[in-house]
Design a protein around this ligand. Structure first.
Ligand code: GLY
Ligand code: MN
Ligand code: MN
Length: 478
């Protein structure tokens, strides 16, 4: 695609006659009923905090460009999270190549939003430009409509290059927009610090964010119920994991949402492959299916929930033992999430339960106590990942935060994180008796740190094996 004009090799020529004809006969079509977004005051205070950290420096937060999937077709667009966080522009309102600039002034910074707005009918773009034209990609908001909706002064993106040409001292989130990157002098260390700052600012969620995360979790709960309902159908066809994945995506779309990451629908021993997203396996009665899925709501906040379910609704004795062990480990983990505890505490609490359980099962060649020492860790053969991470607009949120602010930090009210211990016994693992081999179990919930402990946002979804059986039985009967 021609980046400037949005035309492609196979597009038809446009004779002058039709070009003129296309400009005539259109009624005005303003968007009716636009209201200011409820996120505006939250974004204003986020921008104010950022402004205070960088007096006198121009701050550039690009939404990013569309990513090519193949030739001239793109992946569905998702703006950079920092752009979304500081503008409030998310979901289908987010447009590729937009950019937020915080321009320094005497009072701090003025926010300016540069976008490619609606092309009016007196241009050719609305029917010829496959990248921006509304005959191709749909109606975009005008400058005025965007200003009303998001409360930020808006300019046309075509003016951004000239705006930046004075070469004022600037920091950019680099790597999202090639043309902006080219124009801004590279300052590796300072840019890395800037990325860290915008990542760390999201560590503690405001009330808007926590309410949105609860919505995402509640929608995800409904998606899990749908996946249980289609289990009988999934058993009937090859690659039944895709029926499960499809049911979850169907729930997301049914409610106007998206998914926050590719669903893991891992039946049988696929559960031992931590990032199993191929989802091309059969779903067999007698096996477990590990499902890790999260709905992303329009504001981009996502849930991240895992349940491991018996395909036929009943756990075998070996499956139950492992599920129970992971359940107990998760309870211990959740109990350790509280203000003042360190981020590693809940991991350590869950690991202790897992190591003791594995020792009791007779598979650990040393005691649990020995294994839990930092220079041993033999139990980790069956539980190789950490027990949780920050969650928010990104499923692995705040990934650029400094060590002392995240993995080595003290938990504070408003942090949202996952607690997700697991045990994975590969099918060729001779240390376990045969009936355990190929069992993989993870239980993952989303919690918010409160003043006194934590609240489990996903507590409505059963996780104890007995409760899971009752819940599944009710869903499969109804
Ligand atoms: N779904 C990815 C994770 O649990 O971290
Ligand atoms: Mn997770
Ligand atoms: Mn997960």
């Amino acid at each position: 695609m021609n980046e400037k004009s949005g035309t492609r090799t196979h597009d038809l020529p446009t004779p002058q006659l039709i070009a003129e004809f296309m400009k005539t006969g259109w009624a005005p079509s303003p968007l009716e009923g636009i209201t200011p977004s409820t996120v505006i005051p939250f974004c204003e205070s986020r921008r104010e905090i950022l402004s205070k950290k960088y007096p006198g420096i121009r701050l550039i937060l690009p939404a990013g460009s569309a990513k090519v999937r193949s030739n001239d077709t793109d992946y569905r667009f998702r703006p950079h999270t920092a752009f979304a966080y500081f503008t409030g522009i998310t979901g289908s309102d987010a447009l590729p190549d937009s950019v937020l600039i915080l321009e320094p002034n005497d009072a701090g910074h003025e926010a300016l939003l540069f976008v490619h707005p609606r092309s009016a009918r007196d241009t050719d773009d609305f029917y010829r430009d496959a990248k921006h034209g509304e005959f191709w990609v749909g109606r975009r908001m005008t400058v005025e409509e965007t200003e009303l909706r998001y409360g930020i002064p808006v300019r046309h993106i075509d003016s951004v290059s000239e705006f930046l040409s004075d070469e004022k001292e600037a920091l950019i989130v680099r790597g999202e927009d090639r043309s902006l990157d080219k124009q801004i002098e590279k300052r590796k260390k300072k840019e890395a610090e800037f990325l860290t700052t915008v990542s760390e600012m999201r560590l503690i969620k405001d009330n808007f964010e926590i309410a949105e995360m609860q919505k995402a979790v509640d929608a995800t709960n409904r998606g899990f119920a749908d996946m249980v309902r289609v289990l009988p159908a999934a058993i009937q066809v090859p690659r039944g994991e895709r029926i499960i994945e499809g049911a979850f995506f169907g729930r997301a779309r049914l409610e106007g949402n998206d998914i926050g990451y590719d669903t893991i629908a891992a039946s049988g021993s696929h559960a031992c492959i931590l990032h199993w997203i191929k989802n091309d396996g059969d779903v067999l009665p007698g096996d477990l299916i590990l499902i890790d899925a999260g709905i992303e709501v329009e504001s981009f906040y996502t849930a991240d929930i895992t349940r491991t379910l018996p395909v036929n609704g009943k756990f075998s004795p070996a499956q139950r033992i492992i599920c129970k062990l992971v359940y107990e480990a998760q309870r211990a983990g959740i109990a350790a999430v509280k203000p003042g505890a360190s981020f590693r505490d809940f991991h350590n609490a869950a690991q202790k339960v897992l190591a003791e359980g594995l020792a009791e099962l007779g598979v650990l060649p040393i005691s649990a106590e020995e294994s839990l020492k930092p220079d041993a860790g033999l139990h980790r053969r069956w539980t190789v990942h950490g027990t949780g991470h920050m969650l928010g607009m990104d499923v692995h949120d705040c990934a650029h935060a400094r060590e002392d602010q995240y993995p080595k930090a003290i938990l504070k009210p408003g942090m949202v994180l996952t607690v997700e211990p697991g045990i994975y016994i590969h099918p060729d693992d001779e240390l376990f008796p045969i009936e355990y081999r190929g069992i993989g179990v993870r239980i993952e919930d989303d919690v918010v740190v409160t003043e006194t402990g934590c609240r489990v946002l996903s507590s409505n979804l059963p996780s104890h094996p007995d409760e899971v059986e009752v819940w599944m039985s009710n869903l499969l009967r109804g």
